[in-house]
Design a protein around this ligand. Structure first.
Ligand code: GLY
Length: 581
C-alpha cells in the first residue's frame, strides 16, 4: 500500500534539510555486496575489485571503466556522467555528488551551430568533433580513486584494460543501437574500423577488440588526470578534433575539473530522497513530483486517478525546465523550485476531472537530451554505495573516434539548447539558461538517486533521455510502496514531458479500463511501441540485513549479490525485446 508516513516538510524544515550537512548517525552495514549494471562484464568487474579489498568507490571506477569498454554505444572515456555517492563513515553517513558532465570548449558560444548565413545547422551538433564537449569521465575515475577509494587507480582500471584487450561480443543491443547511427559511423574511418565490419554492423558474437583504448586506460592508470588531459593522449585528441574542424584547445583539457556538488535532498513519503542537482534537471523534478503527489488526495496506485495525478505533475514539472541551466553560469531559482510550497502550488492547479492542455500553461523550452546512456548501482559490505549514470549522449556518441586512443567522442553538446533562434521570442527566452556558452555544462536528465530512512536504502537510476526522470519517479514510488527491487526495474512505464502534449506509454502499460478513463479526462495516449529504459537498482533492508539487486529485463545487464565467498545470487528477470531507449 502506498501510504504517506510524513507530512510535507515546512519551508523552514526544508531549508534546514537543504543546507545541513548530509550526515546521519548510522552504523549498520550490509555485510554483503551487490552490483547491478548494464553489462555482465561490468558487474563482474565490480565484484572483482570488491573481492580484492576495494570499496564501493573503487568498484565504481571499475564498473564505469568497463562499461566504457563494453558499451561503446552508451558511455565512455570520451563522455561524462554523474556519480551519487553514499559514504558510510564512523561518524555517520555522508552523501556526495560528482558532476563529471562534459563542458563546452572555450571557443563555443551561443551561435556555435549557426552557419555563415546565420542558419542553425543540426548535423554538426550531432555528428563529428563539433558535437563533443570536453570529456569528464576520465577525471571522475581519477578523483574517485584518489579521494574515495582504497585501491590504486591502476588496480581498479585493470578489469577494463583486460576487457579492452580480450574483446567483448556484439549483442543484439549493440546491433540495434548501432543501426540508428550507422550512417554517422560510416563517415569516420576509425569508428568504422573499430566498430563496424565491412562497413556494416557486426554480427552477434563478433569480438570487438580495443587495443588503443587499453593503452589510453593504462596512461590514465599511470599518470592520473595528466594521462588523459595532457601528454600524448591529449595531443592525439586535439590533433583529431582540430583536423575534423573542431575547436578544442589544450586549455580546455587543462581546465577540465569534476565539480563536487551538494546533492538535492528532501523528505517525501517517509524517506530522505537524495538526487541530482543542476546541471541535471532530475533532482528538482523529483522534488516537484514526489512532494506534489504527497499533498494530493490519496489514489490507488495504477488507477486512472493516480495516473492522472502523476501525469499532470509531470506536465507541470517538465514545463519548469525552461528555467534550468548550468547554475555556475545562470541564475536558477533552485530553492524555490525544490520547495514543498512550489510542489503544493503545482499540485493545487490540477483539475481531478480533466487534463490541462499544456498550451494553457505556456510554451516550453526545446527538448534535446539524447537517448542513450547507461547506469549502475552498487553497494559494498560496509554500506558505501554508488548510483552512477554515464553518457556519451546518442548511441555511439558523435560517432567520431580519435585515432591511436580508442576514445569515441560524445555528442553531449546537443543537450544544450543548440538552436538559439527558437520558434518564437518566448521559447527563446525559455531556452536561454541552457544556451551554449564557453566552459558551460549542458542541462541533463540523468538522475542517479537514493532513498533512505532508518529501515532501508534504495539505490537506482536508468538511461533514457528525457524519460529518465519519470522512470526514476516510478521506480522510487515502487520502493516507497515496499515493492521488490525486481518490480522497480521491470514495471511498465509512462511519461509526460509537457510537450508534445500526450502520455507516452510502453505497450500494455495501461489496461483498457484505465486507458479509457484517462482518455475521458482528456488525455491523449501514445504507445511508443517498445520498451524503454535500462534501470539497475539495489535495495538494502536494514532491518533484516538483506540485500537485493535487479537489472532491467529490457536490457542485457546483470545484478549480482555476493553474500559471502562462494555464495552468489543473480537477480535478473527474463529479457524482453531489446530496444533503443
Ligand atoms: N545525454 C543524456 C542526458 O544527459 O540527459
Amino acid at each position: 500500500m502506498f501510504r504517506p508516513q510524513l507530512q510535507a516538510p515546512s519551508l523552514l524544515l526544508l531549508c534546514a534539510l537543504l543546507f545541513a550537512p548530509l550526515a546521519q548517525a548510522q552504523t549498520q552495514t550490509p555485510d554483503q555486496q551487490a552490483v547491478a549494471s548494464a553489462h555482465p562484464a561490468a558487474t563482474a568487474a565490480g565484484h572483482r575489485i570488491l573481492d580484492q579489498g576495494g570499496n564501493a568507490f573503487d568498484a565504481a571506477v571499475s564498473v564505469a571503466a568497463t562499461l566504457a569498454v563494453v558499451e561503446p554505444y552508451s558511455s565512455g572515456l570520451g563522455g561524462g556522467g554523474f556519480f551519487l555517492l553514499r559514504q558510510q563513515r564512523e561518524a555517520g553517513v555522508e552523501y556526495h555528488f560528482l558532476d563529471a558532465r562534459e563542458t563546452a570548449p572555450l571557443a563555443a558560444d551561443r551561435d556555435f551551430y549557426q552557419d555563415a548565413e546565420g542558419q542553425f545547422q543540426r548535423d554538426p551538433a550531432l555528428n563529428g568533433p563539433h558535437a563533443a564537449g570536453i570529456p569528464g569521465l576520465p577525471a571522475a575515475l581519477v578523483l574517485l580513486a584518489e579521494e574515495y577509494g582504497n585501491l590504486s587507480l591502476k588496480q581498479s582500471l585493470q578489469p577494463a584494460i583486460d576487457a579492452a584487450e580480450q574483446g567483448f561480443g556484439v549483442t543484439e543491443r549493440y546491433r540495434m543501437l548501432g543501426g540508428f547511427r550507422l550512417e554517422a559511423m560510416r563517415r569516420n574511418a576509425e569508428t568504422t574500423r573499430l566498430f563496424l565490419r565491412d562497413g556494416e554492423i557486426p554480427a552477434v558474437g563478433t569480438l570487438i577488440h580495443q587495443a588503443e583504448l587499453a593503452e589510453t586506460l593504462r596512461a590514465l592508470a599511470e599518470r592520473g588526470q595528466a594521462g588523459f588531459y595532457q601528454g600524448p593522449v591529449a595531443k592525439r585528441l586535439l590533433d583529431a578534433v582540430q583536423a575534423g574542424g573542431g575547436v578544442w584547445q589544450q586549455v580546455d583539457l587543462d581546465n577540465y575539473r569534476v565539480v563536487e556538488r551538494q546533492p538535492v535532498s528532501f523528505n517525501s513519503f517517509g524517506m530522505r530522497v537524495i538526487s541530482s542537482p543542476l546541471p541535471s534537471a532530475g533532482g528538482i523534478a523529483l522534488a516537484n513530483l514526489l512532494q506534489g503527489l504527497e499533498v494530493l488526495p490519496r489514489a490507488t496506485p495504477g488507477s486512472a486517478a493516480w495516473t492522472h495525478q502523476l501525469v499532470e505533475l509531470m506536465r507541470r514539472s517538465y514545463r519548469d525546465r525552461m528555467l534550468l541551466g548550468d547554475s555556475d553560469f545562470v541564475e536558477v531559482p533552485t530553492a524555490k523550485l525544490l520547495s514543498a510550497e512550489h510542489a503544493r502550488a503545482m499540485a493545487s492547479s490540477i483539475d481531478p476531472r480533466k487534463a490541462t492542455p499544456s498550451t494553457e500553461l505556456g510554451e516550453p523550452a526545446p527538448f534535446n537530451e539524447g537517448t542513450d546512456t547507461t547506469h549502475f548501482s552498487l553497494i559494498d559490505s560496509q554500506g558505501n554505495a554508488v548510483a552512477a549514470t554515464l553518457s556519451i549522449n546518442l548511441p555511439f556518441g558523435a560517432a567520431f573516434t580519435v585515432p591511436g586512443t580508442g576514445v569515441l567522442l560524445n555528442n553531449e553538446m546537443d543537450d544544450f539548447a543548440t538552436d538559439p533562434t527558437g520558434e518564437n521570442a518566448y521559447q527563446l527566452a525559455g531556452s536561454e539558461p541552457n544556451s551554449v556558452g564557453p566552459g558551460k555544462r549542458p542541462l541533463s536528465s540523468m538522475t542517479p538517486t537514493m532513498l533512505e530512512n532508518e529501515e532501508q536504502l534504495a539505490v537506482l537510476g536508468t538511461p533514457g533521455g528525457s524519460r529518465i526522470i519519470t522512470m526514476v519517479l516510478l521506480g522510487a514510488l515502487e520502493a516507497i510502496e515496499g515493492e521488490k527491487v525486481e518490480s522497480w526495474v521491470s514495471r511498465p512505464r509512462f511519461h509526460h514531458q509537457y510537450l508534445p502534449d500526450h502520455i507516452q506509454i510502453e505497450d500494455g502499460a495501461f489496461n483498457p479500463e484505465v486507458q479509457g478513463e484517462l482518455e475521458a479526462l482528456g488525455h491523449t495516449i501514445k504507445p511508443v511501441g517498445r520498451d524503454y529504459g535500462d534501470m539497475h537498482a539495489v535495495h538494502w533492508n536494514k532491518q533484516t540485513g538483506e540485500l537485493r539487486a535487479a537489472s532491467d529485463p529490457r536490457g542485457v545487464g546483470q545484478a549480482l549479490i555476493k553474500r559471502n565467498a562462494g555464495q552468489q545470487t543473480q537477480r535478473r528477470s527474463e529479457p524482453r525485446a531489446v530496444t533503443a531507449d
